[in-house]
Design a binder for this molecule. Structure first.
Ligand SMILES: Nc1ncnc2c1ncn2[C@@H]1O[C@H](COP(=O)(O)OP(=O)(O)O)[C@@H](O)[C@H]1O
Ligand SMILES: [Mg+2]
Length: 238
């Protein structure tokens, strides 16, 4: 698969701040009269253009942490800076804007809209907020970059799991976000498709300078990143 080097990433052009900074994040939730601590004083910094993985067993807090980093959930205490901007005290409409402009999300279950074609799924985020270019052309370009130029008009149920995940990655990339966050992106794929998707992520990262954060319980997936952060029982383990 070829990745076009002319894919411009806003990430590579920005100023000094880290792509992501999480500072003393905690998350506790009430559970049958008590409070359970899901995240315990998590701090981490991810540099622009880095590809990092967060590995930990099921229930260790990975998805909770990703939700907080993505501005979908709020921490009980602590702060999250995306591209140097503190998102923790933002209201819902400010957060929606940041998520649309600076963050791309990819999930285990692909989460494509079943009634839309591949191209229409990738276009969708471009109709929210302001983005340069014509949505259908930008979507086509991005699908070509992930090797699906021949699948523009297929609906999700006409695509393999690996192809659906590549559509989801194209949708995450199409707004040129500072940060792409992936929660178990290979969890629903067989070994060959998982390897294919990981190779594609590495190519996109080296050739576009986009920052990738992947959460996984699978050491093989985690080890394809440049840096591995281990989380055990809601805490970063050294
Ligand atoms: N909304 C919630 N209410 C109560 N407990 C939750 C909630 N969300 C997550 N948890 C608990 O928090 C812990 C971490 O969950 P999660 O972040 O999904 O872990 P992981 O993604 O690493 O599997 C688990 O023990 C889970 O049961
Ligand atoms: Mg999870």
């Amino acid at each position: 698969m070829t990745i076009e080097t002319n894919l411009q990433s806003s990430t590579a052009q920005s100023t000094g701040a880290s792509a992501l900074e999480a500072i003393n994040i905690t998350k506790s939730l009430p559970l049958s009269g008590q409070r359970i601590e899901i995240l315990k004083d998590i701090s981490l910094t991810i540099n622009r253009g880095e590809f990092i993985s967060i590995i930990g067993p099921s229930g260790s807090g990975k998805s909770t942490l990703l939700g907080i980093i993505a501005g979908l959930d709020t921490p009980s205490t602590g702060n999250v800076l995306i591209d140097g901007v503190n998102i923790t005290k933002m209201n819902e409409s400010q957060l929606a804007r940041i998520r649309n402009q600076k963050i791309g999300m990819v999930y285990q279950a692909f989460n494509l809209i079943p009634t839309l074609t591949a191209r229409e799924n990738v276009e969708a985020p471009l109709y929210v907020g302001k983005h340069p270019g014509k949505p259908s052309e930008e979507a086509k370009k991005m699908l070509e970059i992930v090797g699906l130029g021949h699948r523009l008009n297929n609906r999700p149920n006409q695509l393999s799991g690996g192809e659906q995940q590549r559509v989801a990655i194209a949708r995450a990339l199409v707004t040129h976000p500072a940060l792409i966050i992936m929660d178990e992106p290979t969890g629903n794929l067989d070994a060959a498709n998982a390897a294919n998707v990981l190779t594609m992520i590495r190519d996109l990262q080296t050739q576009t300078g986009t920052t990738f954060v992947i959460a996984t319980h699978d050491p093989n997936v985690a080890n394809s990143a440049q840096r591995v952060i281990r989380i055990v029982d809601g805490r970063i383990a050294e």
